[in-house]
Design a protein around this ligand. Structure first.
Ligand code: OAD
Length: 262
């Protein structure tokens, strides 16, 4: 980084810090990039999951209907991968910040559990961690739902033999599926309402590690902005929000987020 770029970055960090400190209500919107430094692959860009796998084979209700075993194998692999990862400095800084001041709503598109684990690490108790969020727009890798009845719950461990036999609902014995939102599916209504209500009231919106390409989730930032929120975007690459950002910080979340929220 040149001196000029370094000075520009330092100025952007300090503007972001001031803007966020002044706001009484803040909505934080995270995507796959916040977990990249923990070792969780993103979806788009170099090394992204959608470079090696096709969403229509693995992340649609039709794909699950056609070949549930293939879909379960992919989710079992992702669960195992995420279970080995740890929250990084960005998750921890966000958890510390959300727990230490009122008016912060954390909304995530991620299905990993790294925001929760960071909150538990910082708060030391599960109830406080639950209050720190996040509001999950795309579901959870570690929860299942039944395809036949209304059961939803924490996922039981899946290994090669459970995947071979396919996981089943503990209540009715129907086929279980990961409790995530697939392409072509509706987002959970109450969750969307909570997230967009927070965006509509926010005075500032901190966006971390998302291309902002997947709707309706991506509209959260535009909702916040239309309601008057100032927008801070942290991402090392280009995003759909670059033109609307009041402060744009090009860099990895693990460096920039702790610096902004310090
Ligand atoms: P993407 O893969 O589209 O974008 C990841 C973003 O993270 C990119 O803008 C990268 O530049 C950025 N990034 C990479 N490394 C980073 C780092 N160390 N720090 C900060 N940012 C970094 O992921 P999302 O925008 O989250 O949906 O994708 C949105 C949705 O598309 C996902 O929730 C998923 C996917 O299909 C569903 O599964 C429904």
């Amino acid at each position: 980084m040149s001196d000029a770029a370094g000075a520009g970055a330092a100025e952007a960090i300090s503007r972001a810090r001031e803007l966020l400190a002044r706001a009484l209500r803040v909505v934080v919107f995270t995507g796959a990039g916040v977990s990249a430094e923990s070792g969780v692959p993103t979806f788009r860009g170099a090394g992204g999951l959608w470079k090696s796998f096709k969403p229509e084979d693995l992340a649609t209700p039709e794909a699950f209907g056609r070949d549930p075993r293939l879909v379960w194998e992919w989710y079992a692999w992702r669960r195992d991968l995420v279970a080995r990862c740890r929250p990084n400095a960005a998750h921890l800084a966000l958890a510390r910040w959300a727990l230490s001041r009122p008016g912060v709503t954390l909304v995530s598109q991620n299905v990993d559990d790294l925001h929760e684990r960071a909150a538990r690490e910082v708060a030391g108790d599960a109830e406080a961690a639950r209050r720190a969020g996040p509001v999950r727009l795309h579901g959870s890798l570690f929860h299942d739902q039944c395809t036949r009845c209304a059961w939803r719950g924490p996922a039981r461990a899946v290994d090669a033999s459970t995947v071979a036999a396919l996981p089943h609902c503990p209540e009715c014995g129907g086929l279980a599926r990961p409790d995530v939102v697939w392409f072509g599916e509706m987002l959970p209504v109450r969750t969307v309402e909570a997230a967009f209500a927070a965006a509509a009231e926010a005075e500032a919106c901190l966006v971390v590690g998302t291309t902002g390409a997947v709707y309706p989730a991506a509209a959260l930032v535009h909702t916040a902005r239309a309601a008057g929120a100032r927008v801070v975007v942290v991402d090392p690459g280009p995003t759909e929000y670059d033109e609307v950002a009041d402060v744009r910080i090009y860099g990895p979340a693990g460096d920039a987020v702790p610096a902004i929220l310090a």
